[in-house]
Design a protein around this ligand. Structure first.
Ligand code: B3K
Ligand code: ZN
Length: 897
C-alpha cells in the first residue's frame, strides 16, 4: 500500500485552476477497531477502522468551466457505501480511477455520504491515519487526508469540520480532534464516543485525530483580550515528567505573538500530542498540534541544550502557524513557502528574543550555508516558489523553509520593523479565512509600505545562490572610498539565464578606532551603517571624507542569502574580528580566517606537501580564549572551526580525506599550542548551579565542552581521565554526550576502552528512553574513526533499532550518510551500496523517509572519480528498482538528469 506509481506525473503551477466544487461542511465519524492490544508493548495486529463521511457540497461559482462531474481524491480506501442526497449509488453511478472517485453527474448542491474502511495498523508510511505504539494519530499535510476518506484534498477547499470518534473506552480513554469538544456519550458495551467541532473553516491538511491512553499536562494562557485558553500537552504516561519546557515555551510563544505581531489565539483550547513515530518534527493541525516526541519532551538528564532549544523553537513554530498557515493558508502547494518561510522567520525572531540574537543568527546562517546552499547548487535546486513537482512531499526542503525565511527577512530589512508590521497586519486582516499566494503576501507588504517589490519578487522565482563580488579602492588624496559590487547567479536546472536580484547589503566601514561615520549623499549625519540596495548587475557606492583606509564590514547580520566575495587580507580579518560592531560579522571574520587557513592545508595535503599551520589563527584563538569581555557563547562560536560539510560546500571538487585530515590537523595544532588556555577555559566555565536551559548556562557548557573536544585531540591519559570524570559525574545530557563523544572520537587505546565502557553504561541506563537511545545511535554513527560502516551495520542488528521508526532511521542511517563523510565516502564505495540497500528496504514501508535519505548521493557531480561514478551507479540502482515510490524516483531521477 505504501508503494506508489513511479511514473512521473508532474503538477505545474501554471495549470492551477480553482476547484469545481466547494465543501461547506464536513462531518466525520471514526469507528476505531484495533486488531490487537493498544497497551505498551502491545501488538499491531491489523485492525479495521471505518470512516463515515458526510459532505455538504456545492458547485464553485468561481470555477473555470461549468460541468457536473465530481472528482474526489482517495487512496487505498475500501469503499463500502456511497449515497448522494440519501440515494444509494450503484457501481454504474461512479468510477474509481487511479487515486480518484469520479461521479459523472451531480447536482449544483448536494450531500454526499461515504463509508470506507482503512487499516491504520498497516500504515507504515505514517501519512493518513496510523498507529504509533499505543495510540492512533494522523498526519495529513500535504496529501494524507485522501488516505482517510474521499475528499477534495487540496488546500484551497476550506470546510467546517465536525468529527466524532468512537473507540474502546478502556484502551482509548482520550479521543481528540480539532476545535472544541461539544458532546460525548457511550456507544454500547465498553465503547464511547466524543464529538469535536472546529468553527474555523480549514483545508483537510490541517485535520487531526488522536486516540489512546494518554496522560496530560494542563495549564492555561490568558490572551490579551482576557480570554482564558486551556493548554494541554498529551503524552504517554511515562513521559509526563518531560513536558514542562514545552509548556513554558508555548506560553512564551503565545505572549510573544501578541506582543510582536498582534496575533491572539482564537479557540478555547490548544493541544499538543507527542508521538514516537513521525516523519517530520511536528504538525500545526488546527488546535491539535501533533509532535514528534523529539520536539516536545525535555528533561536535563535526557535532553541536551540543543534539544531544549529545538523544543522551544518547534513549539513556537507550530503555534505561530495558527496565523501564518491556518487562519491564512496556501492556495496550492507551490505556495508552501508562504506559510513555511514566514513562519520560520517568525520562529527565528522569537528564538533570538528568548536567547542570544547573534548566536541564533550564526546557527541559522551555518545551516543555510552548508545545507541550503548545497541544495541550491545541486540537481534538486528549485525556486522558493517552485513551478513544478512530481511528489510534493519532496518539497519540504531547506529552500522552502530556510531560504524562504531569508527572503522574508530581507523584506523586513528593506521595510524596517514598523512598516513590516503594518504589512503583516494588512496581510492577516485582508486574507483571514482565505487560501492565498505568495504574491498576495508581497502585495500586502507593498500596499502597507508604498514600496515596489516587482524586482524583489525574483527571489521567489529564481533558484540558485547569487554571488556578490565586491572590490574596494581608497583614494587617500581625495579621501574617497569606493565599493564596486557585481552580482551573478550560476545556472540551475529550472533556468540558466538569471536576472539581477534586489540584494540588501547592510554594511559599515571599520577604521583603526572602530566604526567610521559614513558620508554618503542622502544618509543622516553620524550614521555608521547603511543598507545598500544592489539591484543591477554592477553598481558602485562612494563614501566621502574617509580619513583613513577603511576595512569594509559587508553583509552585516547576513542581510541576504548570497555568497559574498571580497579579498580580505588576513590582518584585515583579524581587525574585524576584534573591532567590528556587528556581532555576526565579527564571527564571520573569524570564520573567513579559519576557512582560509584550512583551504591552505587542504591544498598542501592534495599537493603532497608538509602541512604548515598559520600561527595567525592560533594567535587569534589564544586572544579569544583570554578575552573576558566577550560574550561566552560568542567565544564558543568563534572557536569552532568551519565544519567539513561547510568546507565541502565551498569546494569546487570535494576531496573527502583532504578536508577531513586538514581539519583534524588544525584541531590538533590548536589543541597542542593552546593546551593551557583550553584547560583554563574548561575550569573557568564549570557550571556549579543546578541545570537550567538558559542562555547563560548554555554558553558556559558550550565553551567548556568545546575545550574538552579540543583537548581530547591529544593522546594524553590525564585528559582522557578528565573526560571520563565528566561522563561519570555530569548531571545533564549535554555534558554526558560531550564527554562520551570526545572519548569515542579519540583513537588512543585508553580512550577507546573508556568509550566502550561508557557506551555500555549509557545504553543500560537509558534503554527504556527511545530519545536517549537515538542519541546513543547518533554518537556512534558520527564517529569518524576507521570502521564506521561496520559499526553502523552492527548497530542495525541491535534490538533497539527499528526500520519503521523514522527517528531511529535518521539517527543511524541519516547521520552516518550525511554527517560522517570519511566513512560514508570510503574508497571502495561500500558506503553507497549500504545506503542504497537501506533506501530500497525502506521505500516500500515509508517512501517519504526513504527519499530523504537519498540526498547525500544527489551531490555526486562534486566528487572526483571514482566516487562520482560509484555514487551515480548507486542512484541508477535505485531508479531501476521495481515498484519504486514516486518520492524516491523523483529525487534519484533528478540527480541523474
Ligand atoms: N507543516 C509541517 C510539515 C508537514 C510535512 C508533510 N510532509 C511542519 C511544519 O513546517 O510546521
Ligand atoms: Zn512549518
Amino acid at each position: 500500500m505504501a508503494m506508489r506509481d513511479a511514473q512521473a506525473r508532474v503538477t505545474r503551477l501554471r495549470d492551477y485552476r480553482a476547484p469545481d466544487f466547494l465543501i461547506d461542511r464536513t462531518e466525520l465519524y471514526f469507528d476505531l477497531r484495533p486488531g490487537g492490544d493498544l497497551r505498551p508493548g502491545g501488538d499491531l495486529r491489523p485492525g479495521r477502522t471505518e470512516v463515515r463521511t458526510t459532505l455538504s457540497l456545492r458547485a464553485n461559482p468561481a470555477r473555470a468551466e461549468p460541468g457536473s462531474e465530481l472528482r474526489l481524491h482517495g487512496e487505498g480506501l475500501e469503499l463500502l457505501e456511497l449515497t448522494l442526497d440519501g440515494r444509494a449509488l450503484g457501481s454504474g453511478d461512479y468510477r474509481l480511477e487511479d487515486g480518484e472517485l469520479v461521479i459523472p453527474a451531480v447536482p449544483e448542491r448536494f450531500e454526499l455520504y461515504s463509508r470506507v474502511a482503512i487499516h491504520p495498523e498497516e500504515n507504515t508510511a505514517l501519512e493518513g491515519l496510523y498507529r504509533s505504539r499505543t495510540l492512533y494519530c494522523t498526519q495529513c499535510e500535504a496529501e494524507g487526508f485522501r488516505k482517510i476518506t474521499y475528499y477534495l484534498d487540496r488546500p484551497d477547499v476550506l470546510s467546517e469540520f465536525t468529527t466524532t470518534i468512537e473507540a474502546d473506552a478502556a484502551e482509548c480513554p482520550v479521543l481528540l480532534s480539532n476545535g472544541n469538544p461539544v458532546a460525548e456519550g457511550s456507544a454500547g458495551p465498553g465503547r464511547h464516543w466524543v464529538r469535536w467541532h472546529d468553527p474555523f473553516p480549514k483545508p483537510a491538511y490541517l485535520f487531526a485525530l488522536v486516540a489512546g491512553d494518554l496522560a496530560c499536562l494542563e495549564d492555561s494562557f490568558t490572551t490579551c483580550s482576557g480570554r482564558r485558553v486551556a493548554l494541554r500537552i498529551y503524552v504517554e504516561p511515562k513521559d509526563l515528567d518531560k513536558c514542562d519546557h514545552a509548556m513554558a515555551s508555548l506560553q512564551n510563544a503565545m505572549a510573544w505573538d501578541e506582543r510582536v505581531y498582534g496575533r491572539e489565539y482564537d479557540l478555547d483550547i490548544f493541544m499538543i500530542v507527542a508521538v514516537d513515530d513521525f516523519n517530520m518534527g511536528a504538525m500545526e493541525n488546527k488546535g491539535l498540534n501533533i509532535f514528534n516526541t523529539s520536539c516536545v519532551l525535555a528533561r536535563p538528564e535526557t535532553t541536551t541544550d540543543a534539544g531544549f532549544q529545538r523544543v522551544e523553537a518547534v513549539v513556537a513554530h507550530e503555534y505561530f502557524h495558527n496565523w501564518s498557515g491556518n487562519r491564512v493558508t496556501c492556495r496550492d502547494w507551490f505556495q508552501l513557502s508562504l506559510k513555511e518561510g514566514f513562519t520560520v522567520f517568525r520562529d527565528s525572531q522569537f528564538s533570538a528574543d528568548m536567547g542570544s540574537p547573534t548566536i541564533k543568527r550564526v546557527e541559522d546562517v551555518n545551516l543555510l550555508r552548508t545545507a541550503q546552499f548545497a541544495e541550491d547548487s545541486g540537481p534538486t535546486a528549485h525556486p522558493v516558489q517552485p513551478d513544478a513537482y512530481e511528489e510534493i512531499a519532496n518539497f519540504y526542503t531547506l529552500t522552502i523553509y530556510e531560504k524562504g525565511a531569508e527572503v522574508v527577512r530581507m523584506i523586513h530589512t528593506l521595510l524596517g520593523p514598523e512598516a513590516f508590521r503594518r504589512g503583516s497586519d494588512l496581510y492577516f486582516e485582508r486574507h483571514d479565512g482565505q487560501a492565498v499566494t505568495i504574491e498576495d503576501f508581497i502585495a500586502a507588504m507593498a500596499d502597507a509600505s508604498g514600496r515596489d517589490f516587482a524586482q524583489f519578487q525574483r527571489w521567489y522565482r529564481q533558484a540558485g545562490t547569487p554571488r556578490v563580488r565586491v572590490d574596494g579602492s581608497y583614494d587617500a588624496a581625495a579621501q574617497r572610498y569606493r565599493l564596486k559590487f557585481e552580482q551573478n547567479c550560476p545556472p540551475t536546472p529550472e533556468r540558466a539565464d538569471k536576472q539581477p536580484l534586489l540584494i540588501p547589503i547592510r554594511l559599515g566601514l571599520v577604521g583603526t578606532g572602530g566604526d567610521l561615520s559614513l558620508h554618503v549623499p542622502g544618509l543622516a549625519d553620524g550614521a555608521t551603517e547603511l543598507v545598500f540596495e544592489l539591484s543591477a548587475a554592477s553598481q558602485t557606492l562612494e563614501f566621502e571624507r574617509v580619513t583613513e583606509p577603511p576595512i569594509p564590514s559587508l553583509l552585516r547580520g547576513f542581510s541576504a542569502p548570497v555568497k559574498l566575495e571580497f579579498d580580505y587580507r588576513r590582518e584585515d580579518l583579524l581587525q574585524l574580528l576584534r573591532r567590528d560592531s556587528d556581532g555576526f560579522n565579527r564571527w564571520e571574520a573569524g570564520n573567513r580566517l579559519a576557512v582560509g587557513v584550512l583551504r591552505e592545508l587542504i591544498d598542501a595535503r592534495l599537493a603532497g606537501q608538509r602541512l604548515r599551520f598559520d600561527p595567525a589563527l592560533t594567535g587569534a584563538y589564544g586572544e579569544l580564549l583570554e578575552d573576558q569581555q566577550l560574550d561566552t557563547a560568542m567565544v564558543a562560536q568563534l572557536l569552532s572551526l568551519p565544519s567539513e560539510s561547510y568546507l565541502s560546500e565551498l569546494a569546487e571538487v570535494i576531496e573527502v580525506e583532504a578536508i577531513h585530515e586538514a581539519r583534524q590537523f588544525a584541531r590538533r595544532q590548536l589543541a597542542e599550542t593552546l593546551r593551557p588556555q583550553w584547560l583554563a577555559a574548561y575550569e573557568r566555565h564549570r557550571v556549579a548551579e543546578p541545570y537550567r536551559a538558559d542562555a547563560a548556562q548554555i554558553a558556559h557548557r558550550s565553551l567548556r565542552n568545546l575545550a574538552l573536544a579540543y583537548l581530547l585531540q591529544l593522546p594524553d591519559d590525564d585528559l582522557i581521565e578528565l573526560a571520563w570524570r565528566q561522563f561519570e559525574s555530569a548531571d545533564n545530557m549535554t555534558d554526558v554526550n560531550a564527554a562520551l563523544a570526545a572519548l569515542l572520537n579519540n583513537p588512543a587505546p585508553p580512550a577507546q576502552e573508556r568509550a566502550r565502557e561508557g557506551l555500555q553504561r549509557y545504553y543500560e541506563r537509558w534503554r527504556d528512553e527511545p530519545l536517549v537511545v537515538n542519541q546513543w545511535f547518533q554518537l556512534q554513527a558520527w564517529c569518524p574513526l576507521p570502521g564506521g560502516l561496520e559499526r553502523v551495520r552492527t548497530l542495525m542488528e541491535h534490538p533497539a533499532f527499528e526500520l519503521r521508526n523514522p527517528n531511529k532511521v535518521r539517527a543511524l542511517i541519516g547521520v552516518f550518510s550525511a554527517g560522517n563523510p570519511v566513512n560514508f565516502h570510503r574508497a571502495d564505495g561500500a558506503g553507497y551500496d549500504f545506503l542504497v540497500a537501506q533506501v530500497l528496504a525502506l521505500d516500500g514501508l515509508n517512501p517519504q523517509v526513504a527519499a530523504r535519505l537519498l540526498v547525500p548521493l544527489t551531490r555526486w557531480r562534486k566528487y572526483p572519480e571514482p566516487r562520482a561514478g560509484q555514487m551515480r551507479d548507486a542512484l541508477q540502482t535505485v531508479t531501476a528498482a521495481p515498484g519504486l515510490s514516486r518520492d524516491s524516483h523523483e529525487i534519484a531521477a533528478k540527480a541523474l538528469r
